[in-house]
Design a protein around this ligand. Sequence first.
Ligand code: SF4
Length: 210
Amino acid sequence: MKLEKIYQILFKKYGDLHWWPADTPFEVIIGAILTQNTAWTNVEKALERFEGNLSPERVLNMPLEELQEIIRPSGFYKQKSQYLKAVTEWFAGYDCEINEIKSRPLTDIRSELLKVKGIGNETADSIILYALELPSFVIDAYTMRLFKRIPVDAGTTYMEAKNFCERELPRDAQLYKNFHALIVQNAKEHCRKKALCTACPLEQVCQKLF
Ligand code: SF4
């Protein structure tokens, strides 16, 4: 099954979902950490507790315990508080200037992010795609589930699936942003663990390989 066809079908159904929901690139970076192993609703609760004052300076200068208390609703808050400090230090290393970071090759940015405590493939790609707006395709459990069921022969590991998508699709950050958002949306509405195939926009093209 061609990825572009899947994209077109999903886009026709859901349109542009305007991801990532954040006011600043730094908020995207923070959200990308907080969303690890939790639902987005919990991330929203944690973000609200910054009371509109979410800046790199504040995160860096805040005592760890205070940061933990703020982000408690996101779960794993002790670990995540350390990850937030680490990624903010990385960001501050570029004077918190997105364009400074973007002046470097994408592959270098990605390798650097992967060395930051708490950042794995999915978080690194989410930051690169949604905060830096550079074309780095994000894979998650929803994507792997969809590819298995349709099926899309994208391999079984994160990097296999990512490389497959980047080979198959035009290198376009906006397309990658929308596509990932559409996959998540459809996974929530239809392609759940227990699939709701009736009225799924992909039903006509899906072999439903459970
Ligand atoms: S038809 Fe069913 S299995 Fe296929 S994508 Fe839709 S919900 Fe998932």
